[in-house]
Design a protein around this ligand. Structure first.
Ligand code: ATP
Ligand code: MG
Length: 137
């Protein structure tokens, strides 16, 4: 008989990090997401998840706020992982759907939209908002 040990709940705790509003923060956000997915045995999601968090953190960095953005990855449901970036701007993101493949901007959220099959959004908060995206596990 094979027994499968259940993982201790500590291993599925969300992970968060506070990062400055700078373009370099995207690299730190990618590392957080990759390390957590490997720890959770979800290496197969790491490539898409890193692209997603990179786009969200880069967008947050452009808001140029004073304090820090917060990047979180969590096992949102038993079947989904949610990546979230909270920033201090109350302006909500806008999906730009363009036919122009050579456009130099407006591609980030379109990529997030494609990778998540539309499962992303933004939740307004008193001092900013959280932009989030989900991947099925
Ligand atoms: N965190 C955010 N806060 C405020 N506005 C945002 C945020 N993220 C996105 N937006 C708005 O949504 C638009 C679309 O974002 P998107 O990431 O698709 O394009 P971009 O950042 O302008 O260009 P690219 O990602 O191709 O470099 C942005 O131009 C911006 O106006
Ligand atoms: Mg962008």
């Amino acid at each position: 008989m094979t027994t499968v040990a259940s993982r201790p709940s500590a291993t599925v705790k969300p992970a968060s990090t506070f990062l400055p509003y700078r373009p370099e923060s995207a690299a730190a956000a990618r590392r957080l997401v990759r390390d957590k997915l490997i720890e959770w045995g979800m290496d197969n999601l790491a490539d898409d998840a890193q692209v997603i968090v990179s786009e969200l953190a880069t967008n947050a960095a452009k808001t140029g706020r004073q304090r820090r953005m917060c990047v979180t990855i969590r096992r949102h449901t038993p079947h989904t992982v949610r990546i979230a970036v909270r920033d201090g701007s109350r302006t909500l993101p806008v999906l730009i759907q363009s036919e122009d493949e050579d456009a130099e901007s407006g591609r980030g959220l379109s990529l997030v939209n494609r990778l998540t099959h539309g499962r992303w959004g933004a939740t307004p908060e008193p001092l900013g908002k959280t932009t989030w995206a989900e991947l099925p596990t």
